[in-house]
Each structure stands twice: as structure tokens, then as C-alpha cells.
Design a protein around this ligand. Sequence first.
Ligand code: 5RP
Length: 293
Amino acid sequence: MDWGLKNRLARIIRPHSGRGVMLAVDHGYFLGPTEHLEIPRKTIQPLLPYADSLMLTRGILRTSVDEKYPIPVVLRVSGGSSIIGKDLSNEKITTSVKEAIRLNASALALSIFVGAPYEHESLVNLGKLVDEGEEYGIPVLAVTAVGKELEKRDARYLALSCRIAAEFGAHVVKTYYCENFEKVVNSCPVPVIIAGGPKLDSELDALQLTFDALHAGAVGVDMGRNIWQSDYPVPMIKAVRALVHQRVTVKEAHEIFIKNKEIEKAPKPTFETIAAQPKTKTKSTKSKKTKSN
Ligand code: 5RP
């Protein structure tokens, strides 16, 4: 692996912990204005300080992220189908590597659809993208997409998809958590990170899923909905971050979530509430006269 590629990868999987928190906000590329991501800038901005990297399309990067903010970008470069179209697996590479370089991307992301009608095309896309990425020292994140068939998310299928992604040269693979997740991680020779999937019933459930995936060998998350569809996205990403980097327990992570949620819920002082506060006497700051000789 070349220096540049290793350097870019280290922006995503942080060397101090060997892990990473990637914030996924690329959903609009086939879902349009997903719930809680209708105005991307509003969703993304408060979460940036707690993410190691940001996964998104060029359109949302250009319009909704401040170019002066130093966040490593994982650029989604595949697409071409929508949720209301015929087949979600019919994707092509939609963004060139030249454009990715222009956007200072730290990695390229592309979906593969193993077992779907366009399996072949998506795998060939991956091979091509890895060839190009290697040429310029840009790592490739392969996303093992399941389209609308969420029930596909079992260890047998995901191990097959992740392994194929690694065989095609992906540098990191993103997949879903499942039972026997060790099987998925152990048979994939490159780092695996997990998507959160659709929003779970509670934040505690999402934290448990994250913990279990990390415990089974995942090196981090590429999480979206379970963070920004929470009523408290910042407390949630802080809790996820603590699981990933500080290796806290689920209980500790949940306490971080609750504590930060309470801080957010507490009424913020307004001009009126400050003005209404009784004035407290402040000590005179005049220094006592000292004897002069
Ligand atoms: C969609 C994606 C998403 O980035 C991925 O699913 C992660 O987001 P979430 O945690 O909401 O599942 O790649 O194809």
C-alpha cells in the first residue's frame, strides 16, 4: 500500500485507537429527502465535531458542508437508481476520480449488490474503482448493499458479500451487523465497519448493536439514521464515539447519551431570563490604598 493511500486511510480509521466514526449522510442519492435529512446542512453541521469522517455525495458536500471545516470526506461515487425505480442494484460509477481529487476526498465509496440482478456490473465497478483509486492513492470503501431486501442481512450472506468486496481490492468494507458477526469479520481480510441500518426502537438498542459489532471485530461505524433520526443526534453521536474510541460499555455509553440529552433539554438562558435575575452585589474592585512612605 502506497504512503498516500495509507495516509488517507488513517484519516478514516484513526491510528490512536485503530477505529473510526464515519457519519453517513449519503442517503439522498437514492432516497431523496430522507426524514431528518431534508435540509442536509442543518443535520450535518452540529455533528461534524464528533465524526472522524463524513460519507456523502459531491452535491451535498458542495452545498451543505463548509469547505473550511477540516473533516475527511468519503465520497460516494456510485448510484443511478432510486427507491421508486425498477432495480436499486443498477448502479454505475457516477463521479470521477478526478472530481474526487478536486474535492479532496480521503476515500471513495461504492455499493456492491451481491446476488442481485446487477451483481456483475456492481462488482466490475468495484474492480475498476480500486484500479483507479490505487493509481492516485485513494482508498475504496465497498458498501455491501441489500437494496430493499433487508432480510438478507444474515452472517452467511454478509460474509459472502464482504469477502467478495475484499477479493476485488476494497480497502475497507461497510456492512450490516448480524448474529454471528464474527464470521463476517473473520473471513474478511480488510477492516469492516458497520452501518446502523433503519432507525431502531431506542438509542439503547443502537448502542448495543454498535457495541456488539465492535466486540465482534468491527473497527468502527459508518452510521446515519440511528444518529440523526434520534431526537438527540449530538448526544447520540457522542455516545457512539465513546463506544468506538474509548471502548466504554453499553451502560456507560447510554449514560453519556442521557447526560448530554439532559444538558440539551435544560432551558437555555435568554436575554429576558438573564435580565430578570436578581442583581448580586459584586465586590468593589478598587484596590485599597496602600501606605506610601
Ligand atoms: C446507503 C448507505 C448508507 O450510508 C448506510 O446505509 C449507512 O447509513 P445507516 O446507518 O442509516 O444505515 O450506504 O446505501
